[in-house]
Design a protein around this ligand. Structure first.
Ligand code: GUN
Length: 294
């Protein structure tokens, strides 16, 4: 059996189209959703990501500001910029591109926590993390949110499925656990200290690989017919990317599989657009409540 290939492009187009419709609806209510992306330094990969985010905003009619700050920017200067964006009425979403340069990398949590949780379109703020864990409406990290939306659009059942995640990062593994739980999956979260990993992964109806090691998931770790989602992006040569899954062999066992590149990576920006629209809607609603109370 050869697996169905879940191409990110078609799903991303659908998610962006949905976001575009919501942008139009917000405009009729007098709101132009706005996203600010802050990039500190000259990391080439980050520059490409930021350019793609800006382009996606332009395509959907979202107001976009890219704030480029020099590599030697101090924590205080960056925080002051975030403070200004927090009170800027044109901006509904704020994203600080990671990784930060070395001299401020140690303050990453402090810097990200400075973002107003209502504008935290990355979903990294502890308020949003807490809201996700307790099942309240939240801004959710874009990559795992994109994986869930893709599973929905592909008609892959999550309710009652056994989902196994490999990797416990704050950006992918942990939020994925809670999102799948919300969909009534039975979830197992595996990591570098997990014993008998293969025994566990072979039980998965849905297997999510978010490890950061090229070709880590091999065909003998996958149950025949399972859905395999590869979140890994590993640069194995100057112009070659590889996922965390041994795609060529696993696709002969799995029922459905995402490729790298061209898989869930494309959904991240689409979900960022969705989060920006969601943030703008939420802020509009709050303003309306405010008017009621006064
Ligand atoms: N760098 C790579 N991925 C991400 C992401 O999802 N958010 C931010 N802020 N930076 C990143």
């Amino acid at each position: 059996m050869t697996a169905k290939i879940l191409e990110g492009k078609a799903f991303a187009a659908q998610i962006k189209a949905e976001a575009g419709k919501q942008v139009e609806a917000l405009k009729t209510q007098g709101v132009l959703p706005g996203l600010a992306v802050v990039i500190v330094g000259e990391n080439p990969a980050s520059k490409v990501y930021v350019r793609n985010k800006h382009k996606a905003c332009e395509t959907l009619g979202i107001y976009s500001e890219v704030i480029e700050m020099p590599a030697d920017t101090t924590k205080e200067v960056l925080m002051a910029k975030i403070d200004a964006l927090n009170v800027n009425k044109r901006i509904h979403g704020i994203l600080v591109q990671l990784p930060l340069p070395q001299q401020i990398a140690a303050y990453e949590s402090e810097i990200l926590d400075r973002i107003d949780p209502r504008k935290d379109v990355d979903g990294f703020h502890p308020v949003n993390v807490g809201r996700l864990v307790t099942g309240q409406p939240a801004l959710v990290p874009c990559t795992p949110a994109g994986c869930i939306r893709m599973l929905e659009l592909a008609g892959i059942p999550m309710d009652g499925a056994h989902a196994v995640i490999i990797g416990r990062s704050n950006i992918v593994g942990k939020p994925m656990l809670h999102l799948l739980l919300k969909k009534n999956a039975t979830v197992t979260l595996c990591h570098s200290h997990t014993k008998n990993l293969q025994e566990i992964t072979r039980q998965a109806d849905i297997l999510v690989a978010a490890i950061g090691k090229p070709y880590f998931v091999t065909a003998d770790m996958v149950k025949p017919g399972a859905t395999v989602i590869d979140v890994g992006i590993n640069r194995i040569a100057p112009k070659k990317l590889a996922g965390d899954v041994d795609f060529e062999n696993v696709k002969e066992v799995a029922g459905a599989i995402t490729p790298v590149p061209g898989g869930v990576g494309l959904l991240t920006i689409a979900m960022l657009m969705q989060n920006t629209v969601a943030a703008a809607k939420m802020q509009l609603k709050q303003e309306e409540y405010g008017k009621y109370e006064s």
